[in-house]
Design a protein around this ligand. Structure first.
Ligand code: TXA
Ligand code: MG
Length: 345
């Protein structure tokens, strides 16, 4: 199959393909999604097949407005309106109890719940509107690889396997949406996956919010099935390094003593400071967690294609957006973290 990069009336062409049961990758503010008609079981099965995704990992249903959700959910918790008014369109996925006999278990992973999100991207909202159906949309990468933040990343992983890619340049946020479960028995919403909408910003709108225990302890089984899989990993080993020049210096010396070719994912200053000692550098620009988050997956993908043995990636404090950034980076690094002097022996 030739994967189309649309020109001209791209929304008409892409929506016609969706309605025929084909797969189209779409842009969002977080990462690119792999779109298919959520009501077409065959198309949804193709999404799992193309990504190589485990079938117990449910999909997010993307809508173009809240009205669309009402066809699939009967009872909404009282805080729903405040959340939708404040954060949609935007990087917040909401989980509700699903109305029986609407979505197939291929969409819900056999759960009694279903996840919805209204992405903040005009092309994708127009696509959903024109197609007139909700779209499933997992990240449009091969399962286990860093999520795609450009159309080129999607093309790299999925060309020849999907009908087309709707291109809207690089995504603004760079990590997937916050997933908020509104179905807990005690009524307190639970964050299952951290994203750009933080616990603090949710609490300003709806009061108390909990964070899924496993995000804190790593011991509990994750409630969002997708969180249990190793994610976002390039083939080259990634180590997290505290964003401090002394620790970077030690890490680089340590790797050099082992004859490792080194790639660095860090801010401008660190990349320039160590440019003579490393083999490849990917700068995310100024020292800000927003910039680092926006370019994390692109940086890991780019360094992974270079001839290096190890990637050192800059850590950020785990507050605000730093929680989502470090969550993704720890998965990419498989928890490998260079903090204390003792590891460099
Ligand atoms: O930003 C995003 O959310 C992107 C863009 C493309 O919209 N999409 C995305 O989809 O990240 P995906 O499939 O890669 O991640 C969906 C996450 C998984 O961790 C999955 O387990 C969880 O949401 N999830 C989906 N439905 C769920 C449900 N009913 N209960 C608990 N977790 C659910
Ligand atoms: Mg994903």
């Amino acid at each position: 199959m030739e994967t189309k990069q649309f020109t001209g009336d791209e929304i008409d062409q892409a929506s016609a393909l969706i309605c025929k049961g084909e797969l189209i990758a779409f842009p969002t503010e977080t990462v690119y999604g792999l779109g298919a008609n959520a009501l077409d079981e065959h198309a949804v099965k193709q999404v799992y097949a193309v990504k190589g995704r485990p079938s117990d990992n449910p999909l997010i249903v993307h809508v173009s407005d809240f009205e669309m959700v009402k066809q699939y959910v009967t009872d909404f918790p009282s805080n729903t309106k405040a959340l939708v008014d404040s954060f949609w369109p935007g990087p917040l996925t909401l989980i509700f109890i699903v109305k029986p006999n609407t979505f197939s278990s291929t969409v819900t992973g056999g759960l009694k719940t279903v996840a919805f999100r209204m992405p903040k991207n005009d092309k994708t909202l127009a696509l959903i509107n024109k197609a007139g159906v909700p779209l499933v949309g997992p990240s449009a990468n091969t399962s286990g690889k860093p999520s795609p933040t450009t159309a080129q990343h999607v093309f790299h992983d999925l060309h020849g396997k999907i009908a087309g890619i709707l291109d809207d340049g690089a995504t603004q946020i760079g990590v997937e949406s916050t997933v908020l479960d509104l179905t807990a028995a005690d009524g307190v919403p639970v964050i299952l996956r951290p994203g750009a909408i933080t616990k603090e910003s949710l609490e300003e709108v709806i009061g108390k919010v909990r964070v899924d225990q496993h995000l804190i302890s790593e011991k509990e089984a994750p409630k969002a099935p997708g969180m249990k899989y190793k994610h976002y990993s390039p083939d080259t080993p990634v180590w997290i390094v505290d964003g401090n020049p002394d620790v970077f210096k030690k890490a680089i010396t340590w790797a050099k003593n082992k004859n490792q070719r080194i790639g660095l994912f860090a801010d401008d200053q660190l990349i320039s400071a160590f440019s003579d000692e490393i083999d490849e550098g990917f700068s995310f620009g100024e020292d800000s967690v927003e910039q680092a988050t926006k370019l994390l997956f692109a940086g890991l993908r780019s360094l992974d294609e270079k001839n290096i043995d190890i990637i050192f990636a800059q850590a950020f404090p785990e507050t605000g957006l730093g929680i989502a950034y470090m969550n993704r980076l720890k998965k990419a690094a498989n928890q490998k973290n260079l903090k204390s002097d003792s590891i460099f022996e």
